[in-house]
Design a protein around this ligand. Structure first.
Ligand code: ADP
Ligand code: MG
Length: 367
């Protein structure tokens, strides 16, 4: 049995807001599962129900083989790290980390041992006598994590632990969390709205929207095989390009017709797109699957699109080019030294083996 399981779990707040809608999810022992989605989609509510900080309206939650719906938070053997990791300002780092253990009446030597162990893991041993205001944001975050570690819980729940840190600190703390996870060998459920954090940290990621899990899979699977248009658009930076158009057929070959251009759909996709012949669909292509014709050998008349270059954004290691077909705008990621001229037309080559099609009405992935 999974270490943490949710079956048909919903949360309806007073006033009738359905914050979590029929979520079923299993988190394996030692797995790092990331719940990711836009603000308000129900991530924190889900986590808080697992922690026992919020009642479950419908469904059941198991921790190991025990149903915990009615088990108080303190008896769930879970530790949570919050976004606003309010440390006690009048206590030292040591006291902050020891506090939870003292409340639970651990023997003094055990408290000292565990706090030192956690401080060692987190690299904050020299700071044990300081107070929170004498620490940087990143160091405070470590102390908050330390408070959770000393408990040696079965499961760690993290709710956007890095979102109060500046961009650079977030990247380094992300790597720290990765290392921590390898050392602790415990189960993590980690909530974030940041798709990069989700992709880089998760063994699996569960993408949420409107209280529902849209897809739960390995990060690369979610990236390569999004279940629907929402997931495709949420995961990936810059976001995937969507272009509306129609599936048409010429001499038994299928094409995507954008109105201004037509590109040939690979044979391997024929059986999937055939039911959509003549219908409107949404076409998705990621920026890295679009090439400047001058720098690729993939070009053919049936995968090349003419568009006007509107903006060129050099990123250092690559360049984002914003293009306009007359009907749609899209972004291509080209090589670091490619500098297309603004307001000029250029030819873009689509890697048609990487594209996606989505149903216009249901937004489900066609292929
Ligand atoms: N205590 C509450 N009472 C009523 N509605 C709430 C409460 N907490 C959260 N909500 C609502 O539930 C939805 C999900 O919130 P939340 O789980 O905090 O989302 P997230 O963590 O993904 O940003 C939101 O619409 C939010 O306004
Ligand atoms: Mg939240």
């Amino acid at each position: 049995m999974a270490q943490v399981s949710l079956k048909g779990v919903s949360k309806i707040y007073k006033g009738g807001i359905k914050a979590v809608d029929n979520v079923t999810l299993g988190v394996e022992n030692r797995e790092f599962l990331v719940l990711v989605g836009p603000s308000g989609c129900g991530k924190s509510t889900t986590l808080r129900m697992i922690a026992g900080l919020e009642d479950v309206s419908e469904g059941k939650i198991w921790i190991e083989d025990r149903i915990v719906n009615d088990v108080p938070a303190k008896d769930r053997n879970i530790a949570m790290v919050f976004q606003n990791y309010a440390l006690y300002p009048h206590m030292t780092v040591f006291e902050n980390m020891a506090f939870g253990l003292k409340l639970r009446h651990y023997p003094k030597e055990e408290v000292i041992r565990r706090v030192h162990e956690a401080a060692e893991v987190l690299g904050i041993k020299k700071m044990l006598d300081r107070r929170p205001r004498q620490l940087s944001g990143g160091e405070r975050q470590r102390v908050a994590v330390g408070r959770a570690i000393v408990r040696k819980p079965l499961v760690f729940l993290f709710d956007e632990p890095l979102s109060n840190l500046d961009a650079k600190m977030r990247v380094s703390m992300r790597a720290e969390i990765h290392k921590l996870r390898l050392r602790l060998q415990t189960t993590f459920i980690y909530v974030t709205h940041d798709q990069t954090e989700a992709m880089t940290l998760g063994d699996r990621i569960a993408v949420m929207k409107d209280g529902q899990i849209q897809q739960c899979a390995d990060p690369i699977d979610v990236y390569d095989k999004p279940a629907n248009k929402f997931v495709a658009g949420f995961i990936g930076s810059p976001p995937i390009n969507f272009l509306n158009g129609r599936i048409i057929q010429k001499e038994r070959k299928y094409y995507f017709d954008e109105g201004g251009f037509q590109v040939k759909i690979g044979e391997e996709m024929h059986s999937s797109v055939a039911p959509y012949l003549g219908k409107e669909v949404s076409f998705g292509i990621r920026a890295e699957d679009i090439y400047d014709k001058l720098f690729t050998s993939l070009a053919s008349p049936e995968n090349t699109v003419r568009a006007t270059c509107e903006v060129v954004e050099p990123m250092g290691s690559e360049v984002y080019v914003h293009l306009n077909t007359g009907k749609h705008t899209f972004v291509a990621r080209v090589g670091a030294h490619d500098r297309p001229e603004v307001n000029r037309d250029m030819d873009l080559v689509f890697d048609m083996s990487k594209v996606h099609f989505f149903d216009k009405d249901t937004e489900k992935t066609i292929i």
